[in-house]
Ligand binder design. Sequence first.
Ligand code: PLP
Length: 283
Amino acid sequence: MSRIAYVNGAYVPHNQACIHIEDRGYQFSDGVYEVWAVRQGKMLDSEGHFRRLKRSLGELRIAMPMSVGALDVVLREIMRKNRVRNGLIYLQITRGVAPRNHAFPKDTFPSIVITAKSTNPAKADQTAKNGVAVITVPDERWARCDIKTVSLLPNILAKQAAHEKGAFEAWMVDEKGQITEGSSSNAWIITREGVLTTRNLSSDILGGITRAHVLTLAAERQLKVEERSFSLEEAQNAQEAFMTSATTLVTPITHIDGVAVGQGKPGPLASALRKDYLQTAAT
Ligand SMILES: Cc1ncc(COP(=O)(O)O)c(C=O)c1O
């Protein structure tokens, strides 16, 4: 079956989908994106991702090209046309096409691209069952990591470094030696004292939608939670560690820079939170 993409109002074959060379996303990374996970035909945390999309666009002063209601219809249609029951929906909105000039162009309409792809949920669940290794790298990003922009070079370099070392993800470390987040995920630990800990929201990290959902699950389980910075050393000495994102949901971490976390196996709480998430995130 050939894949279908949505590009500026039209459903087109994926292999023929294209945008103009002077699109500002291509020229300047002047745009934002969102990713929704799909499980058993349902989008996960769909409202949260729409909320963050509106916020990211607002921060860059790019207009929403269509209402959330209309976007929701297109996302579901792209899911249907690509027969995605388990997978990911990707949406990108840029400031649009204009002669190259750094300052905002006048009267330009945003460009919008939406794609969907199937993924193997059994494989993802097995990865989570096995747990994954992460490495650390210096956080070399800009000062507005709270905006989900398509400008991802430091994240790409971090992920590549992880893959070259046989690890699944890279955790980024700020100039004070504290973990900020993963290259495409939020970072969590369960400390020696049993406190579920993740970096507080600020412009240093992306406010993950999965992160927000897991915090509500933690409250339901009446876990002790702290939103604060933590160091690499604290993470390596933690009982458990895990990561969250739309693409990995809740995935336990067994090793950080080659050091086993806890028993070097997925921790019970991370595994339980993944289960809770899968049971509650469908919308
Ligand atoms: C840098 C970064 N942090 C955190 C996340 C997790 O966000 P979410 O849970 O909304 O997918 C992502 C997701 O892509 C990300 O790129």
